[in-house]
Write a protein that binds this ligand. Structure first.
Ligand SMILES: NC(=O)c1ccc[n+]([C@@H]2O[C@H](COP(=O)([O-])OP(=O)(O)OC[C@H]3O[C@@H](n4cnc5c(N)ncnc54)[C@H](O)[C@@H]3O)[C@@H](O)[C@H]2O)c1
Length: 546
């Protein structure tokens, strides 16, 4: 009697063994991949690959991998022989570089963790290389293989939920779009018939990073499909993990591993089969490499999970709908996370301000100064005291925003030394009415508020830079909501006007610099506190203190 030879084992390298740390980063997903490969229907010889000796050793021990099958990096594996497959289980920045290295060496089975990459250009490059090589590349969006998802997919296929499908997916535990919502994006594409047509998103970012990339604190993402289906995805406080699909005939909800169905006859929990998603994923990859069907999570299908992350970020960045396929190939949140450094970044500012008749201007101005300099300004309350020479140590610019009448001798001496020494002085809105009895200050101003003569109509303003743009404002025109526009100011010394304001009463100077002291600059608009959150006000400030 002859027996057919046992199939040769597949050699599978797990790139990134991982370590379960209990923190968000540190899931050790490599263990789930190894389990999946061992259950793929073929004998498997696992290689443990990780530069971290502790992670590598623990993984090797767990899976009984002999020492000679452990490696510090992929190059060492390839030097010993090309494996049949790899699982890329590192942090996202390494996913595509490692996958390309494997494919270029001739590896034909690649499973890559999500998000596929931190840059859509890399996803597209990986797709090209995989297609050209005829290799099977799949993404670990293993939720497509869950039993309750399979039942939900069938339910949708039979039309049991009716028409006008609306999917809502929430992400709990403070997770973010790239690390988590990518799964729900992928699932929505699976359930609703592929990639949506367009995406609209808003997100909040306070500086958080995770897995080596910028992550939002909270987000709202809306996606729409050609056939009218829509999906909303939420991250942020108070969320739990769930997916709900509502149609004209019923609602189905995936939550806590169950599938609930609400219809006209009431609600029930549907029976769903228990599955091992990674076993199914790896089995499909192995079968596909032997001529079987395309895996449900192939890169061609599941790359959308990552593309939608960048589409959402790009929509939030541009504040507009974004069409799919996405044109930009970079990571938009990284751009938001690294704002363009303007001329005022790093400038240390002293703000001498009063509360300006309760306008909120002092707080708004201080917040704007912090944004344009990246530093918290030192604020002195002008109603409490003036300046001393010591205040001006370690300062790059002084901003005046108050209408106090008298300057004491110390203030006069300190500021005179400052200005005569070339120090930057920015006189903002209220500051044009400050120290009305101090002639030198009035000369620095160039135009001043003439008490009893000047007025301030409250109108929407159109700001226009002059042709010479002596303040280097760098824009041509801007609009401000109704606020005090100072008119009929008194000229005290020659100035170069850089900006005019047009209101129903006419066109008037709005920003200028002194001819005699070019480092002394004035900016008229800015009574309302909220005005200081507008880009044009920030641009003006940057030009004044930068
Ligand atoms: N599919 C899922 O459900 C799921 C769940 C958790 C995490 N993830 C994803 O898996 C990825 C890994 O996350 P994790 O939490 O398991 O990380 P982890 O930190 O636990 O493991 C990453 C491992 O990669 C190793 N490594 C670093 N550079 C390497 C290199 N050049 N070659 C080989 N190994 C290298 C590290 O030493 C570490 O052991 C992330 O993209 C994450 O989003 C997916």
């Amino acid at each position: 009697m002859t027996t057919s030879p046992a199939p040769a084992p597949l050699t599978i390298a797990i790139l990134g063994c991982g370590r379960r740390t209990g923190a968000k980063e540190g899931w050790a997903i490599g263990y789930a991949h190894a389990d999946g490969w061992r259950a793929c229907g073929r004998p498997v010889r696992l290689l443990a690959v990780d530069p971290d000796a502790v992670n590598r050793a623990a993984f090797a021990q767990h899976f009984a991998i002999p020492d000679e099958d452990t490696y510090t990096d992929l190059a060492a594996v390839l030097a010993a022989g090309v494996p049949d497959g790899v699982s890329v289980c590192t942090w996202p920045g390494l996913h595509v570089p490692l996958a390309l290295q494997a494919l270029e060496a001739g590896v034909r089975r690649v499973v890559i963790e999500k998000p596929v990459a931190l840059d859509l250009g890399q996803v597209r490059r990986l797709t090209e290389v995989a297609d050209a090589a005829g290799a099977i590349v799949a993404v670990a969006h293993q939720r497509r293989y869950e039993g309750n998802v399979a039942v939900l997919r069938e339910l949708l296929g039979t039309g049991a939920l009716g028409k006008d499908l609306r999917l809502t997916a929430r992400v709990g535990d403070g997770w973010d779009i790239l690390s988590w919502t990518s799964h729900w994006f992928d699932l929505a594409a699976d359930l609703l018939g592929g990639a949506p047509e367009r995406v609209l998103a808003g997100l909040a970012w306070s500086g958080q990073r995770r897995y080596g990339h910028a992550v939002e604190d909270a987000s709202v993402v809306l996606a729409t499909w050609k056939d009218g289906a829509t999906a909303t995805f939420l991250t942020g406080p108070g969320m739990q993990f769930d997916v709900e699909v509502a149609g004209t005939e019923g609602i189905a909800r995936l939550v806590g591993g169950h599938l609930e169905l609400w219809g006209r006859q009431g609600s029930r929990v549907l029976p769903t089969p228990a599955t091992k998603p990674f076993d199914l994923l790896m089995s499909e990859v192995v079968a596909a490499a032997e001529g079987g069907p395309e895996p449900r999570c192939s890169l061609r299908r599941s790359g959308i999970g990552t593309e939608l992350c960048f589409a959402a970020q790009e929509s939030a960045r541009r504040r507009a709908w974004v069409e799919l396929p996405l044109q930009v190939q970079f990571a938009p949140l990284e751009i938001l996370a690294h704002p363009t450094v303007g001329p005022a970044q790093g400038r240390r500012v002293l703000l001498l301000a009063d509360e300006h008749f309760g306008s909120g201007g002092r707080a708004g101005l201080a917040a704007a100064l912090q944004r344009v300099t990246g530093l918290v300004p030192q604020v002195i309350h002008a109603e409490e005291r003036g300046l001393t020479a010591a205040d001006l140590d370690h300062v790059d610019a002084v901003v005046i925003y108050h209408t106090q009448e008298h300057a004491d001798a110390a203030t006069q001496a300190a500021l005179t030394t400052w200005v005569e020494g070339g120090g930057r002085l920015a006189i903002v809105h209220a500051g044009l009415g400050a120290w009305r009895h101090w002639d030198t200050y009035r000369q620095w101003c160039g135009w001043v508020w003439a008490w009893g003569r000047s007025t301030h109509p409250i109108d929407a303003m159109v700001l226009t830079t002059t042709a010479t743009d002596p303040l280097s404002l760098g824009f041509r025109e801007a609009w401000l909501p109704a606020d005090e526009a100072f008119i009929h100011l008194e000229a005290t010394a020659p100035v170069e006007v850089g900006l005019t304001v047009t209101i129903p009463a006419g066109t008037f100077p709005a920003a200028w610099r002194s001819q005699a002291w070019p480092q002394v600059r004035a900016w008229m608009p800015g009574h309302r506190g909220d005005l200081w959150s507008l880009p044009v006000q920030e641009a003006g400030l940057a030009a004044l203190v930068g």
